[in-house]
Design a protein around this ligand. Sequence first.
Ligand SMILES: Nc1ncnc2c1ncn2[C@@H]1O[C@H](COP(=O)(O)OP(=O)(O)O)[C@@H](O)[C@H]1O
Ligand SMILES: [Mg+2]
Length: 248
Amino acid sequence: MILLKKIYKAFGPKKVLRGVDLHVKTGESLVLIGGSGTGKSVTLKHIMGLLHPDRGVVQVAGRNVPDLSASELMNLRKRMGMLFQGAALFDSLSVWENVGFGLRHHTKMPDSGIREIASEKLRLVGMKGYEDKMPSDLSGGMKKRVGLARAIAMDPMVILYDEPTTGLDPIMGDVINKLIVLLKQELKVTSFTITHDMSSAYQIADQIALLYDGKIIEQGTPEQIHNTQNPIVRQFITGSEEGPFRVF
Ligand SMILES: Nc1ncnc2c1ncn2[C@@H]1O[C@H](COP(=O)(O)OP(=O)(O)O)[C@@H](O)[C@H]1O
Ligand SMILES: [Mg+2]
């Protein structure tokens, strides 16, 4: 479903991605881990077509993302749900209007239909009954859940999560992790998650990949990663200060 081959991306003199190889099979959940500022969000933006690689191949569902026209890219994005870091709700829209935002802009569905779908998605994330609340009425964890309902509003084939548990307390983080697993099972979506939270990674991943120094230095099942002999990966997953891992 997602294939990155030898992706290079620099911003001016700053070489962020230096040959990233990554693949996510249909229906699988891949978690991309790595230190902060290593290029995880930059990688995700390539998948969404928000950034183009200097070199390399970016494919989603067999399409070459950088080659798509604006309208083709729009069509592809409609099929990709995105949970932004910090949820990024529209403060002036109610909860159901936030969830229905994409439907309102991309379909001719009447408001009553949009509201109905929004309610159904809110139910899936445990937020039924909050339709008419405003984002300012909600806690951080609730906002994340509404953001999640918005990400699945258009029945995406892929969901991209950027740091879904960052900034949440451990209990709410656990709720979000369980929801990610539930959505994968219920909706059979392919998911791509960025995190630096290893317990989250072990909970939600079929595959874990570690981005380090501009490359994926290892991709494997949680068990393979847990048992890795690679000292850099070991250091990262155990959170140790000692080892070869370079802190930038
Ligand atoms: N649009 C941009 N222009 C210039 N530099 C950028 C841009 N986007 C990201 N960067 C830089 O690329 C590096 C990786 O960023 P990012 O992918 O956001 O890191 P993270 O792994 O924490 O998500 C950072 O040094 C960041 O400053
Ligand atoms: Mg980031």
